[in-house]
Design a protein around this ligand. Structure first.
Ligand SMILES: [Fe+2]
Ligand SMILES: [Fe+2]
Length: 300
């Protein structure tokens, strides 16, 4: 029997060199602790599902690249809304760290999709380029040409099973819900019942949490952030985390979340009311900022 393919998913690294960094936690420090945990039981490969840099700046990718290199296993990256395309491609890839569109390994086809539609604009001379407000505008969406490409890969029948990696998860909770995106992924999942390579699951980040969802009968694995995470059901902060997978030759997948219960970050503070209401979609960003400002003004 073929040994399962062992994969670690890291997401939402948010490396930062800005004064004050990412805020709340030092993401270089949390990443170093996650990396040590990964190296204790090295996988066959690592997939990084975006928001690698916090502000998409070259120096953030240099920092991230060096940190990922130290994992000492092949690393496959895709970009999130916090990643800016030119800097991502110019400063992150290096031997052993690549940003590819697909990977065939054993019985499995890994597809690395771009869910940043909305944060991209078409420039007649440059093609698809980042909108200056990509961070805000890329909230989960797939352009028709990307969807067609994904479907084509599943039709080609290059492997027995497929796994789709994205930055934004479909079937996301609260303020992260994107109905049009969910409809696009549902359409893709629906067609794969008849494609040569069936889509077995989707792995994504962006939401900084570790739950499992489902869309059109396809499981969706949400990956925690290696920095700051949230338990949406309990409305509390969580330690940094990541996911470990086993991809088996029969198409089944084992998936688990690893929380880094290091004493530096194992506090599970309840989130303030304004954050809970914002994250659940009951407050707009503007209303949340007003509420926070009122609280700041009222505090001594
Ligand atoms: Fe993120
Ligand atoms: Fe994101």
């Amino acid at each position: 029997m073929t040994a399962p393919l062992r994969v670690v998913q890291l997401s939402d690294l948010h490396f930062s060199t800005a004064p004050g960094g990412y805020g709340l936690r030092d993401t270089s420090e949390t990443f170093a602790a996650i990396a040590a945990d990964v190296r204790n039981d090295p996988p066959d490969l690592v997939v990084v599902t975006g928001d690698i840099a916090n502000e998409g700046r070259p120096e953030e990718y240099e920092l991230a690249g060096a940190a990922l290199e130290a994992l000492d296993v092949p690393v496959f990256c895709l970009s999130g809304n916090h990643d800016f395309t030119d800097a991502f491609h110019a400063h992150l890839p290096r031997p052993g760290i690549v940003a590819v569109r697909s990977l065939r390994i054993g019985e499995w086809l890994f597809l690395f999709g771009d869910s940043n539609d909305g944060g991209l604009v078409f420039d007649p001379s440059d093609g698809w380029v980042d909108h200056p407000d990509r961070m805000e505008l890329a909230r989960g969406g797939i352009h028709d040409h990307e969807l067609a490409w994904l479907r084509r890969q599943l039709e080609l029948g290059a492997a027995a099973h497929a796994m789709l990696w994205l930055h934004h998860p479909p079937a996301a909770p609260g303020m992260f819900t994107q109905l049009e995106f969910d409809a696009q992924i549902t359409a893709l999942c629906d067609t794969t019942t008849s494609t040569a390579t069936p889509l077995r699951a989707i792995g994504a980040g962006h939401v900084h949490t570790g739950v499992e969802g489902v869309i059109a009968d396809v499981p969706v694995f949400f990956c925690p952030s290696t920095g700051v995470c949230i338990d949406f059901e309990a409305s509390r902060l969580m330690p940094p985390g990541y996911r470990r997978y086993e991809f088996r030759a029969d198409g089944s997948i084992g998936a688990e979340v690893v929380w880094l219960d290091d004493e530096r970050w194992n506090e599970r503070w309840p989130l303030p009311d304004w954050a809970v209401e914002y994250l659940s979609g009951r407050l707009s960003e503007e209303e949340m900022n007003e509420r926070r400002a009122r609280m700041r003004d009222a505090s001594p």
